[in-house]
Design a protein around this ligand. Structure first.
Ligand code: ZN
Length: 310
């Protein structure tokens, strides 16, 4: 099974690759705190190794001037991988947030786009049932917007998974054989979740949504999206988190007002990563609510968007 290959890859890389070995062993010691919002929680993780990702310059000039770290020629020689369907390669991420954290670049240096690639994301989720696969759009979290890639982290870490199972914040918008559509409410960030066993129908619903959403953001290379997807015997769960802003005002503030937080899939999945300790200590429930409100699409707008589709 493909999962066995991934386990073997992890074992080998943590033995042979010093950077990965050190960073995964230090992960046990990262500081975490819980922000309690009543019937759900958000975790905050102080993780200094993520600075390069949180503060990454992703403007086209900076991207054009650096060697692409996802292309094979530029990857560290110690970094080994497991090929997936001759199109992607699964790599151990040497700067982990999760106990098991993977980066999954395309074999080709081609732009980060989800259009025509959601099906591949679902195939990855099916082949790796122990993992949540996630996608950060080119203008909302991807630190390599010029190289198509996904990431994956072990299941059971992000609160959004158990909050979806608990069902306290979701309402059913539509139910058809093979596809159910849920909208989240009262959860600080507006999310639409597609759930079902029919891959083609799931992709078709996504394509409709993608088309509608792209009309709202005509100047973007693609509408801003973070996506989390996982698979079990019942089928797929796909959390779609539409965005309206890359980085909140706190990111650009100065001195004590600054919080260096650049939200992407994992943050919106309920694990906020702060690369600086002062931000970890300072960040409050109000800050998180304010940051999520700035970067996520309004609940009513998302509701209207899906009303047009179903
Ligand atoms: Zn590349």
């Amino acid at each position: 099974m493909f999962s066995d290959k991934i386990n073997e890859l992890f074992t080998a890389q943590l033995l042979e690759w010093e950077l990965a070995k050190v960073n995964y062993s230090q992960l046990d010691r990262v500081k975490t705190k819980i922000l309690d919002f009543g019937d759900f929680e958000i975790l905050v993780q102080f993780n200094p190794e993520r600075m390069r990702s949180s503060a990454a310059k992703v403007d086209s000039k900076s991207i054009g001037e650096r060697p692409c770290f996802l292309c094979k020629v530029n990857r560290p020689p110690e970094q080994q991988g497991a090929a997936f369907e001759d199109e992607f390669i699964v790599l151990v991420n040497p700067f982990p947030i999760f106990n098991r954290h993977l980066t999954i670049p395309s074999d080709l240096h081609t732009d980060q786009r989800i259009r025509n690639n959601l099906g591949k994301m679902l195939s990855l989720a099916e082949a790796m049932p122990g993992y949540v696969i996630f996608y950060n759009g080119p203008e909302c979290g991807a630190s390599a917007p010029d190289h198509l890639h996904f990431q994956a982290g072990n299941k059971g870490f992000m609160p959004v998974e158990r909050d979806f199972s608990a069902g306290k914040h979701t309402m059913l918008l539509s139910s058809k054989p093979g596809v159910q559509i849920w909208q989240w409410t009262g959860y600080l960030r507006s999310i639409i979740t597609l759930e079902g066993s029919d891959k083609e129908k799931l992709v078709s619903v996504f394509n409709h949504f993608f088309y509608r959403f792209s009309i709202l953001q005509p100047m973007k290379p693609e509408p801003m999206l973070n996506i989390l997807a996982y698979h079990s015997q019942e089928g797929w769960v796909i959390h779609l988190i539409p965005r309206k802003l890359h980085r909140p005002s706190q990111f650009f503030a100065e001195a004590d007002d600054q919080i260096l937080l650049s939200p992407a899939s994992v943050d919106l999945g309920g694990v906020i990563i702060t690369p600086r300790e002062e931000d970890f200590n300072r960040i409050s429930q109000d800050d998180v609510a304010d940051i999520f409100r700035q970067v996520c699409l309004e609940e009513t707008l998302l509701h209207d968007l899906f009303r047009e589709i179903i």
